[in-house]
Design a protein around this ligand. Structure first.
Ligand code: NAD
Length: 254
């Protein structure tokens, strides 16, 4: 019960890594407020949690809206009693080189992957100052070593990694640790949607992709959630301003 009495915000809560996070933090004693786009999907997740004997609150909305980001922190203060841990996990992956990237793809990537984290951190940090806290941003290996043909995604995740290091430095004296996790490929709807777009069977494609990973398989969402939970926990009390790569030893290829 590492997170007993901790108030936790999790964005992208109904996604692949998000569901693993919501379940892990609820199981380990946290009071969880998660967010995602669809109210119906959020309700389904709460129902699934109830079946497991767990509970969580949600606020659905669009992270591209500043008002939603700020409401999330205000609701956590109101409904949970504060914010101890903020997990900026939501993300989108527009695919394409610069000439294939239209304005909407560019601005959506920056709005969801970067600016939402900016709004959430700016609202949450003042609430964390009194007792200290932890923020974990989900960047990507492609934010540190850009992969091919994903200009908007790589740029937004690189900026999120840079923001993590800035915040880690600036708020360490406040007792607020800010870190990022940078996964390589993870078996979630985000990865599967790329295979579907290319007309591939996602199960087969993920099995094939696993052969390119020295550990022999693509990461499961819970394996990323475990690293995020470690970074948010007291076990990581001296880790601050870091971007931790989780790759199964697979480098990013050109
Ligand atoms: N899957 C991978 O291979 C991989 C690799 C590296 C990093 N990541 C990162 O991990 C994080 C989690 O991704 P995932 O793989 O679980 O993907 P996912 O698509 O399953 O989950 C992302 C979630 O974010 C939510 N979201 C997207 N836009 C939103 C918006 N405007 N407002 C509110 N919610 C919104 C989606 O509804 C979804 O539930 C992302 O930041 C992603 O970039 C994933």
């Amino acid at each position: 019960m590492r997170f007993e009495d901790k108030n936790v915000i999790i964005t992208g809560g109904v996604g692949g890594i998000g569901q693993a996070l919501v379940e892990l933090f609820a199981r380990e004693g946290a009071r969880v407020l998660f967010a995602d786009r669809s109210a119906e999907d959020c309700e389904d997740l709460v129902t699934r949690l109830h079946r497991l004997g767990l509970d969580a609150e949600f606020l659905n909305g669009d992270l591209r809206q500043k008002s939603h980001c700020e409401a999330l922190v205000a609701e956590a203060a109101d409904r949970l009693g504060g914010v101890d841990i903020l997990l900026n996990n939501a993300g989108i992956i527009p695919r394409g080189t610069i000439v294939e990237t239209n304005d909407d793809m560019w601005f959506s990537a920056l709005d969801v992957n970067l600016t939402a984290a900016f709004f959430l951190c700016r609202a949450a940090i003042p609430l964390m100052r009194e007792k200290g806290g932890a923020i974990v941003n989900t960047s990507s290996t492609w934010g540190v070593h850009p992969g091919p043909g994903h200009l908007a995604y790589c740029t937004s995740k690189a900026a999120l990694a840079a923001m993590t290091r800035c915040l880690g430095r600036d708020h360490a004296p406040d007792g607020i640790r800010v870190n990022a996790v940078c996964p390589n490929e993870v078996d979630t709807p985000m990865l599967r949607s790329g295979f579907l777009r290319r007309g591939l069977n996602p199960d087969d494609a993920i099995a094939e992709l696993g052969k390119t990973v020295p550990l022999g398989r693509v990461a499961q969402p819970a394996e990323i959630a475990d690293v995020i939970a470690f970074l948010a926990s007291d076990e990581a009390r001296y880790i601050c301003g870091e971007c931790v790569e989780v790759t199964g030893a697979k480098p990013v290829y050109a």
